[in-house]
Write a protein that binds this ligand. Sequence first.
Ligand code: IVH
Length: 681
Amino acid sequence: MSQATPTSETLVQRATELREQLNYHLHRYHVLDAPELADAEYDALFDELVALEREHPNLQSASSPTQRVGAPALSQFDKVTHARPMLSLDKATTAEELEQWLQRCRNRLGEGGFTLTCEPKIDGVAVALIYEQGELTLAATRGDGNAGENILANVRTISSIPLSLTGDDLPAKIEVRGEIYIPLERFEAFNAQAIANGEKPMVNPRNGAAGSLRQLDSKITASRPLTMFCYSLGGSEGAWQPKTQDEVLNQFASWGLRTNPALEVVEDLPQCLDYIERLEQRRDGLGYEIDGVVIKVNDLAQQQSLGAVTRKPRWAIAYKFAAQEATSVIEDVDFQVGRTGAITPVARLQPTFVGGVTVTNATLHNMDEIARLDLHIGDRVMIRRAGDVIPQVAAVITSQRPSNAQAVVVPAVCPSCGSATQRIDDEVVIRCSAPRDICPAQRKEGLKHFVSRLALDVDGLGDKLIDQLVDQGLVSNAADLFLLQSEQLIELERMGSKSADNLLAALQAAKQTTLPRFIYALGIREVGEATAASLAQHFGDIERLLNAPAESLEQVPDVGPIVAASIHHFFAQTQQRELVTALQQAGVRWPDVPVVEPDSLPLTGQTWVLTGTLEALPRSEAKRQLVELGAKVSGSVSAKTTVVVAGPGAGSKLEKAQTLGIDVQSEEDLLDLLGRYTSGE
Ligand code: IVH
């Protein structure tokens, strides 16, 4: 097989070159936020490497960008003892406390003075990464500070964390510490999708990050929108001897690690306070949750001489912002209809000033959440806000419940279109039973999703405007957006001819998109960003996706029967197919997505059927492996079937195979075959 062919030097070179290019572009995209390639161009390079590594298993390497996902699920995490404990921080909440801390540093350090660094205190999960000879070899949680858990398989799925550091003079071994978190925009998109799918949303970005890192199956982690800021050196072996915290972070960045650009070196208390004030003003626009500023003595030798007491360093302090929490009263609970018809309860609050803004609404997610909180109308509640995310109800103060408090009643009809509501099986949501074109709320929400940042990203088309466009009958589906005329727009509220022109220009610009964005924008239930990307990669064009039978949808990585059924159902509707055509006719387009040539796989073109009991291998696993080798796995035998694998207890399918003269094999034969390919013989 492939290993018999010696791998030529040019192939080795090409693989190395591809890895370098891919790593370079991953870094531009995820760390620097400055991509140089279109998604499709990146995918083409990636696919070339996948194909190369598949054909020449001896070209494979653990640090290849192709190896980020796909580690087998763990049964538990291994314990990791930290070489140096991961400390926590002392807190200050006033200028006086900060001044006292500075004074203590001065007293201990004596003459000569010192500088400080100020950086955002990220509200995420602390982790330690070990790189040996530049390769990521371990990732650990903080745990109790002395020992945590090895979460390497999960961390490897996070695109902004390099598997190998770049540059010369890499230290023999280095421990990088930092915070893994979920950016707010991605958090909201993830939750919107979870709610649309009838699944449980994440409680807040920090819990979401922690939960995602605790998954034993790294494929789940891979589907979560995690990223990381690296903020300190846990230890290093080798020639590199940095002198200051800002030097450490600059060096990190030059090795490809993601660091926070908001770091500043300051000299005294007034400058510290100025930084704190400026950061607090920017807080809502940062795009991630912070709960304060970490101030560190910049000089590492001075840090060393200051040392630590009771697990807290003397050389650093956290200045905590006032909590973004306050109490309010639930005046009512309204029900909002989402783009998939999911109906979510929203608390109407007595207006309350929290973290610099007046809050009047809080999300309640679903009826289960209301039950969990034991929330009644009239209750006093604790609300919490993060960035510009919709505030959450953190807790109900039941001790203050008024006697006339009322339970929340599930609506029997959709508040938008009046159709009956329904709750399907084990879903946590209730839904409007009407299709999207009948229910105005679903239509509006579908359009809002279509133009949102991660979808077609139409600038300046806000929620209010969409409401108006639908209410006035100017737009009923996404394709109508592209037919809008300037004369129609200027009739709308708060719309001058300049803003009408801007909007038309933004719509024009949004027509040039990518296939993953387009698929995501359609708003198919169960199809979030990650699934949309897999579908684009697998099918390569929209026509093939549109016509894919549920069975072939299931061949897409990470698409199970439920997701496949939802996609299939979506494209089975004439109006959705017409919408896709109308959008293309309106000029929406994307660069071609190269697919891995199907005939490069050993079982391409073959259809397999598994029947009877498989003893050594769960059926789902056998199926997964066959699909990976290019086969289709079908549930029924026909003249097109290539092989039927029959285990004990096989019945009618086996009979049919025999009648049709189809190749029948045993489980042993199957294991043989799989073994041959997977061991790379
Ligand atoms: S320095 C001993 N820098 O805050 C030094 N920590 O309460 C501690 N954190 O567990 C780490 N942002 O998870 C540092 N820019 C930052 C940070 C930061 C968030 C977290 C970290 C740590 C906790 C300490």
